[in-house]
Design a protein around this ligand. Structure first.
Ligand code: ATP
Length: 317
């Protein structure tokens, strides 16, 4: 039993350092080439949200350019973009590769400040609030979370920004993220080392660790970076179930690659070259003649049909 509790004791000791590290580790998900230092304004207030308050997000005429190095040319990625995500709404961002989907999530997490326009959270410009307090309210679920050379209990408990996680809490969130059975099947259970020196986790397992962390963090806003690598259908449906579970009561933004997984989003934003070209539900967007969404959908359907025929042909040989 001691092996299980040691990592949780460490959690307590590391608590103060961890608060900042959690934010840094989540920022690592964005894999920035050139991280930019974002400075808070003097005496910037904390973002304070009441327990039952939900988040409304408004992008108001936002433009943004990357600049690889000082004095290098600026590359405009987001161009005069405006949209609103209502409290508790589930919104997906879709569009061809490189149109700026992840950039929108980075701007919301305030890894960069916008060049023009503003991002408002419940009417307050996020550039005017303390960045740490903003990030505390945003959870990120990806297939590539930062993992530490420590036990699985530590890696999950690490997601908790506001208080020390107890083993009971870690077990509880692991059940909700459908990773508990996998953990207890390991010889050392919750004391199993992961990371480079421990058990290698698959994409689906990492995603579940990321979900468990997010449940513990209990944020008002969830950003889902949809898995790009394929998961088997049981794993995929378990993960979708867990993601649905943690989406409830929160405002959610999904960076989507496969349209089939975001068909039931409340709103789908279609980006093209950094501008919003279409917005609506899946059914609305399929009705747009010569629409970008419709053409992406048809293209993905053709690829999926082709894969199915190839699999069928393989099973015959
Ligand atoms: P994908 O679907 O391939 O993940 P995306 O729509 O999420 O793409 P972004 O990652 O937001 O696209 O990138 C938008 C554009 O900005 C791309 O042309 C990309 O090369 C460029 N870009 C992204 N990150 C940086 C950076 N740190 N510095 C400079 N340019 C960048």
């Amino acid at each position: 039993l001691q092996t299980l509790y040691t990592p949780l004791e460490q959690l307590g000791k590391l608590y103060l350092d961890l608060k900042q590290q959690i934010l840094d580790a989540e920022a690592m998900f964005f894999l920035l080439d050139e991280p930019v230092e974002i400075n808070d304004k003097p005496n910037a207030p904390d973002l304070k949200m009441a327990p039952n308050e939900q988040a409304q997000i408004e992008f108001k005429n936002v433009s943004f350019s990357y600049q690889k190095k000082k004095n290098a040319a600026k590359i405009q990625v987001i161009n005069d973009l405006s949209f609103t995500i209502n409290p508790g709404e589930r919104v997906a961002i879709v569009g061809p590769s490189g149109v700026g989907k992840s950039t929108l999530a980075r701007l919301l997490y305030r890894l960069y400040d916008v060049d023009q326009g503003a991002i408002l959270l419940n009417g307050i410009n996020i550039a005017n609030m303390k960045q740490e307090s903003l990030r505390r309210h945003i959870g990120i679920v990806s297939q590539d979370p930062a993992l530490f050379n420590n036990t699985i209990a530590y890696n999950i408990g690490y997601g908790c920004a506001d208080h020390n996680a107890t083993l009971e809490q870690v077990i509880d969130v692991s059940k909700r993220a459908s990773i508990h059975n996998f953990i207890i099947a390991q010889p050392l259970g919750y004391g199993t080392p992961v990371g480079e020196r421990g058990v290698r986790l698959s994409g689906g397992e990492k995603q579940r660790v990321s979900i468990a962390r997010a449940v513990l963090k209990d944020p008002k806003i969830m950003i889902f970076d949809e898995a790009t690598s394929s998961l088997d259908s049981i794993t995929e449906s378990e993960i979708l179930f867990a993601m649905n579970d943690i989406s409830r009561g929160r405002t959610c933004l999904t960076i989507a690659h496969r349209l089939s997984t975001v068909m039931d989003a409340d709103k789908i934003l279609v980006l093209k070259k950094g501008t919003l070209v279409e917005m609506g539900t899946h059914d609305d967007l399929l009705k747009v003649e010569n629409g970008v969404y419709k053409s992406l959908w048809n293209q993905q359907q053709r690829i999926s049909d082709l894969k199915k025929s190839l699999q069928a042909a393989k099973s015959l040989t």
